[in-house]
Ligand binder design. Structure first.
Ligand code: MRU
Length: 361
């Protein structure tokens, strides 16, 4: 995606030093565009935990590169010691954020690939590098395809409205900043916009971290897509007045049943959309599907620090010592989801069959 007219991904290996992984430090956006170097597993774990990088796909890609960095620094005395260091690094990375399944998925994919690479340690390091690059490349390519599939849905609404603007509401940031490129919820929007379809995006600010106001608004602006930031409690009013044609969000963990865990507040949006007969789409690569998690209640929901709620920009709003809960995610049950748009197309209910069919394709 373009930043001030130059193409960037959200993570890459430094051109003149392949032992350094570079990221966009997202906590500083939209006011400062800063590139950060990651050179140790601790750097990578901190970047994920403290949300220098965030979003399901990017968390996975960062974990993939984290395992490559672990391989670069692992002991070389034996293959067993080398693998033990990688397993320990994987555990450290997996402990950073619990909800996005891509994290665990990328670590396990790396461990499997490196284990299978034979006993030559240079070959194992090369494999870790190639696997990290493949995870990142696939993420970008799958998001691009999600854009193509999702664009058809926007086009259909546009035709129904005889070319009038399609108003799309999104929550949090499931844009290119949450992936390696393109994004998921935003990919169909960018694709439609590029085709000349008139779109306008309602961007939920997404308290308490404000990923919508800070990140989604910034990246839509970089691409020139018309948008308006709204407080999180405005969507219902807009829907009541016919100002929302569709909702698209991302997901951090998709169950084979079609239940989806996404940023806290997504469930409220889905209930409102259902109440007003507005289609609620979820866009995600199949890498977010967790085949081992049986029900929404089994999804680990991240709980974050109290200061995110008590304070805004360092300024305390709530009274000293007040009780706080700060859940990072909620689960939207499948009956509220119109379709899940993946790199293989749109899966519709019953998801146990349609998502499974996509895996088998
Ligand atoms: O806490 P974050 O910023 O990592 O949460 C991001 C979201 O909830 C996104 O909507 C989600 O990751 C799905 S799309 C990547």
């Amino acid at each position: 995606m373009n930043v001030y007219g130059k193409h960037y991904r959200t993570i890459w290996v430094k051109e003149d030093d392949p032992q350094v992984v570079q990221i966009i430090e997202q906590r500083l956006l939209p006011h400062k565009f800063v590139i950060e170097d990651l050179t140790t597993v601790d750097d990578v774990a901190r970047a994920i935990k403290e949300m220098h990088v965030r979003g399901a796909g990017l968390i996975g890609a960062t974990a993939g590169y984290g395992m490559y960095i672990a391989a670069l620094h692992a002991p070389r005395d034996s293959a067993a010691a080398f693998m033990a260091a990688l397993v320990a690094a994987g555990e450290k990375l997996k402990a950073t954020r619990p909800t996005a399944v891509n994290l665990e998925w990328a670590v396990e994919r790396q461990l499997e690939a490196v284990k299978a690479a034979g006993d030559d340690l240079e070959e194992k390091i090369e494999t870790a590098f190639k696997t990290a690059q493949t995870i990142a490349d696939e993420d970008a390519e799958f998001c691009r395809r999600i854009g193509e599939h999702g664009q058809a849905i926007i086009q259909e609404i546009s035709q129904r409205k005889q070319g009038d603007t399609v108003n799309i509401l999104t929550h949090c940031n499931a844009g290119w900043l949450a992936f390696v490129d393109y994004g998921t919820a935003t990919a169909p929007i960018y694709a439609a916009f590029n085709e000349g379809i008139k779109v306008h995006v309602w961007v939920d600010e997404t308290r308490p971290q404000n990923q919508g106001a800070r990140l989604t608004a910034w990246e839509l602006n970089q691409h020139g897509v018309p948008h308006t930031v709204i407080a999180d409690n405005v969507g219902g009013h807009l829907m009541q007045h016919g100002l929302v044609d569709m909702v698209i969000t991302g997901t951090d963990r998709t169950l084979y049943t079609g239940d989806v865990a996404n940023k806290i507040g997504t469930y409220m949006v889905a209930v409102l959309a259902h109440r007003h007969n507005i289609p609620f789409y979820v866009a995600a690569p199949l890498s977010t599907v967790d085949l081992n998690c049986p029900t929404g209640d089994d999804i680990p929901i991240e709980e974050r620090g109290r200061e995110e709620v008590t304070h805004v920009k360092g300024q305390q709003l709530a009274p000293e010592g007040v009780g706080i809960t700060n859940y990072g995610f909620d689960v939207t049950p499948n009956e509220l989801v119109t379709a899940i748009i993946t790199e293989k197309g749109g899966a519709r209910a019953p998801y146990v069959y349609s998502l499974k069919a996509q895996f088998d394709q």
